[in-house]
Design a protein around this ligand. Structure first.
Ligand code: GLY
Length: 378
């Protein structure tokens, strides 16, 4: 008898089975074109690489385990990846990297669309092998759910042609913002690239952030791969480091989205939401002025929440403004301490990957309007 069912079409229907990452062996990878563009010039991570301090790994794992306990108490099944020894050099015919990264954020790698879990190409060289941490789980789901589609996007080569050379030389924040608005990113269009966390799922429609980690070709690949879906490109000009959509644009339930107020969706791209009666409201401001030390992400992990169903949401425990906003919106808010885990790859949404949510593939955007839609090349 099968014991696993894979199915998830969005980020808000009732969650029944989820993967929660692990911090073990996580490394700060050596500099490479993609991380150079992502890590701010004044970041404490500049010039550092190698295994993260053990005590920080232990603290992050404590918070990840605490999250697991909360979910399990609510009857949600939780699986965990099998970390590799990330502190080893890897070689492909096209590049080498001194260490890998880690497997705290399954959301970055695994894109669940219905009965399929698709491992993303990933655009950081240090993350090329990360999907292997999920291999034992994928194998198990494959054995237990006869309808599970275990998929892998084309493995990229990540040669120097995949990146704009000199993209990050003496780049100011204003220049970064200009480039985000102009859709000028470190990743070129040489080959399809996307990270799974750039894709926001709304049943039949998939909205992809065009940024440092996902290119146009990646979205075109997704459109051809999911011919029954409509793939859309969105971008957020206020974000100087646009990677991963889930600290920028978060769907709370059918018809309601919170948008980072300093990274607003441009008017042209809002039309499809307005035409289909989706409300986009500003997310509450973060509680902190700075992310924790050695962290890739911004303070806007405040809005990176894990939705358990249309009325229940996990929010980082110190984010009092975000919790208050969600409470006023009629949600039961579960505070979860998580800042020690942030440096390992993000917030509560990043740290999880959907396996099963109730519900089916709905058409939330029956009125399609021009402005965002990707059409396959040719
Ligand atoms: N991309 C996640 C953040 O805002 O930091």
């Amino acid at each position: 008898m099968s014991t696993t069912k894979v199915s998830s079409w969005n980020d808000f229907d009732p969650l029944r089975h989820v993967i929660v990452g692990r911090a073990d062996h996580t490394c700060i990878p050596p500099s490479e074109p993609a991380t150079e563009a992502k890590v701010p010039q004044d970041s404490d991570m500049r010039g550092m690489w190698g295994p993260r301090p053990l005590e920080t790994v232990e603290k992050a794992n404590e918070q990840l385990d605490f999250l697991v306990g909360i979910l399990e108490k609510r009857g949600i099944r939780v699986d965990r990846p099998t970390p590799l020894q990330w502190n080893q050099a890897t070689v492909t015919p096209d590049f080498t990297t001194g260490t890998m990264f880690g497997c705290m954020p399954p959301r970055d790698v695994l894109l669940t669309v219905g009965k399929e879990i698709l491992s993303a190409p990933m655009s950081f060289r240090c993350r090329y092998w990360e999907y292997l941490a999920y291999h034992p789980l994928m194998q198990r789901y494959f054995d237990e759910d006869p309808e599970f589609r275990w998929e892998q996007a084309p493995r990229p080569r990540l040669t120097d042609e995949a990146y704009q050379q000199g993209y990050f030389d003496e780049i100011t924040i204003d220049e970064r913002l200009r480039r985000t608005a102009a859709l000028d990113f470190v990743t070129t269009e040489h080959e399809p690239l996307f990270d799974a966390a750039d894709v926001l799922r709304f049943g039949k429609d998939l909205f992809c952030q065009h940024g440092l980690t996902t290119n146009r070709r990646g979205m075109e690949w997704l459109q051809r791969h999911f011919p029954g879906h409509r793939v859309h490109a969105v971008n957020f000009p206020g974000d100087p480091y646009p990677i991963h959509i889930d600290a920028t644009f978060v769907s709370l339930r059918p018809g309601l989205i919170i948008n980072n107020p300093v990274r607003r969706l441009p008017d042209e791209q809002r039309k499809i939401f307005a035409a289909n009666d989706w409300e986009i409201i500003d997310a509450a401001p973060p509680a902190h002025n700075e992310p924790p030390p050695l962290c890739y992400s911004s303070v806007w992990l405040s809005m990176n929440c894990l939705i358990l169903d249309h009325k229940t949401v996990c929010v980082e425990a110190s984010e009092h403004r975000q919790m208050e906003q969600l409470d006023k919106l009629g949600m039961e808010v579960i505070p979860v301490p998580f800042r020690d885990a942030y440096p390992f790859g993000g917030g509560l949404h990043c740290a999880t990957g959907d396996v099963l949510r109730e519900g089916s593939c709905e058409d939330y955007f029956p009125k399609q309007v021009p402005g965002t839609r990707i059409r396959p090349i040719g």
